[in-house]
Design a protein around this ligand. Structure first.
Ligand SMILES: CC(C)(COP(=O)(O)OP(=O)(O)OC[C@H]1O[C@@H](n2cnc3c(N)ncnc32)[C@H](O)[C@@H]1OP(=O)(O)O)[C@@H](O)C(=O)NCCC(=O)NCCS
Length: 154
């Protein structure tokens, strides 16, 4: 009998010791990666910072969430290129949704580039729906790119 994929990795709090692995994934994933300082600031101000790790403790991906009075906001969710399509982002997002629900948030929100078709497919599958557009939100090769604002009720 084979193990379920979820048994092969788990979610825990991100620590500063994870930052070298996180930054390597971040730089491989994005054209405009966050700096180490942004991750440190997120930890310092108390955002929910999560790591998905395998049985050997390797960081496969991470997710960062801010929760305000009744809204939770996914600030970043990212999975290392070698670990994609195994349910890692799904696990991180469902974990973030549970945390947000536990803090009485009613909605979970996120921004995504319209060109990020893989992420859009993931979010739609998890029940996120488009609720707006943030104009010129992201840096892009030629000027700026709009963000789609997606939301899912909790
Ligand atoms: C988007 C991202 C987080 C997805 O992570 P992941 O761990 O591969 O996602 P999951 O394995 O949980 O995917 C679950 C489902 O979402 C959909 N999906 C995920 N990535 C997809 C892709 N590249 N193309 C099409 N569908 C995709 C599929 O339905 C997938 O199920 P399947 O593999 O059984 O077909 C990952 O590709 C990534 O880190 N990209 C770079 C960073 C980024 O763009 N982050 C989002 C910023 S808004």
């Amino acid at each position: 009998m084979s193990a379920e994929p979820q048994a092969l990795f788990s979610v825990r709090a991100l620590t500063t010791a994870d930052l070298p692995e996180v930054l390597a994934i971040e730089r491989a994933a994005y054209d405009y990666p966050w700096s180490e300082g942004v991750f440190r600031d997120c930890m310092r101000v108390g955002y929910r910072c999560l790591a998905a790790v395998d049985m050997a403790g390797n960081v496969l991906g991470y997710g960062l969430l801010s929760v305000t009075v009744d809204e939770a906001h996914v600030l970043n969710v990212c999975v290392g290129p070698l670990y994609r399509r195994r349910g890692v982002a799904t696990l991180l997002l469902e974990h973030m949704a549970r945390l947000a629900r536990g803090e009485r948030a009613a909605t979970i929100l996120l921004e995504v580039r319209p060109s990020n078709t893989g992420a859009l497919a993931l979010y739609r599958r998890l029940g996120f729906e488009r609720v707006g557009v943030r104009k010129r939100y992201y840096p892009a090769a030629h000027g700026r790119e709009d963000a789609l604002l997606l939301a899912r009720p909790l």
